[in-house]
Design a protein around this ligand. Structure first.
Ligand code: ZN
Length: 230
């Protein structure tokens, strides 16, 4: 029997594109010379010290769960906003510490609100790809709709945390997807985090009438853009 065509979880087109688990632009700044001769290393529990021969390697991408139009043209402003935020946060201009405000206006100027909405949608795409990869039973179609309609998802929030420096090595990390189920076994909250050098992000789906894993997330249309680092 022929394999069924996999569909893009955002638009329903043919899923022919893979999203990087950590954005390629972030990896490029961390490992600018990565190659077969000079790999960087990935440490999943099942295969620590896996050599990654460059930032285009499939080892650091999710499987193909979205289409190239959604991954490129549709979400380009979202990707660009993330790149600007990530570069800004990791620049030497800002010290990131628990309890300090995120320097969003310093990085984005007057367009901070609009750009953070774009950052949020980049994180929606990443969260959806992470959930699709792990076959998490979450409403991916709704998340896809939020991206298609340029809206937010009412149950998904983002928050940021500071990572104290530990070594001089460049480190990016991705946490496991955690979930809470209700008494019927339905997932009512799910979250995962990733970190890049000095800061990390938590993306959480949580239904308001159920307990959440993390507190204090932000989503577009929350009254205040002021976000503190956890
Ligand atoms: Zn698509």
């Amino acid at each position: 029997m022929a394999n069924a065509i996999k569909r893009c979880w955002i638009c329903g087109g043919v899923a022919n594109s893979s999203e990087h688990m950590i954005k390629a632009s972030d990896l490029k700044t961390m490992f600018p010379d990565a190659s077969n001769q000079k790999p960087f290393y990935k440490h999943p529990p099942e295969a620590p010290n896996t050599a990654v021969p460059g930032i285009k390697s499939g080892l650091i991408k999710y499987s193909k769960t979205i289409c190239s139009n959604c991954n490129n043209a549709r979400t380009q402003p979202h990707d660009r906003a993330w790149e600007k935020l990530s570069q800004g946060l990791r620049s030497t201009n800002f010290t990131l510490k628990k309890g300090k405000k995120l320097p969003l206006y310093e990085i984005f100027g007057e367009s901070a609100q609009i750009e953070m909405e774009n950052v949020y949608r980049y994180l929606l795409k990443l969260f959806g790809c992470h959930c699709a990869e792990h076959q998490a039973p979450l409403p991916l179609t709704q998340i896809g709709c939020a991206i298609l309609m340029n809206q937010h998802h009412p149950n998904i929030t983002i928050s940021f945390f500071a990572v104290p420096p530990r070594t001089n090595e460049c480190v990016a990390a991705i946490g496991d997807l955690k979930a809470i189920r209700d008494s019927n076994g339905r997932v009512v909250c799910a979250a995962y985090w990733f970190g890049i050098e000095s800061f990390g992000v938590i993306i959480q789906y949580s239904e308001s009438e159920h307990p959440a894993i993390y507190k204090h997330g932000w989503k577009p249309h929350d009254t205040c853009l002021s976000m503190k680092l956890n």
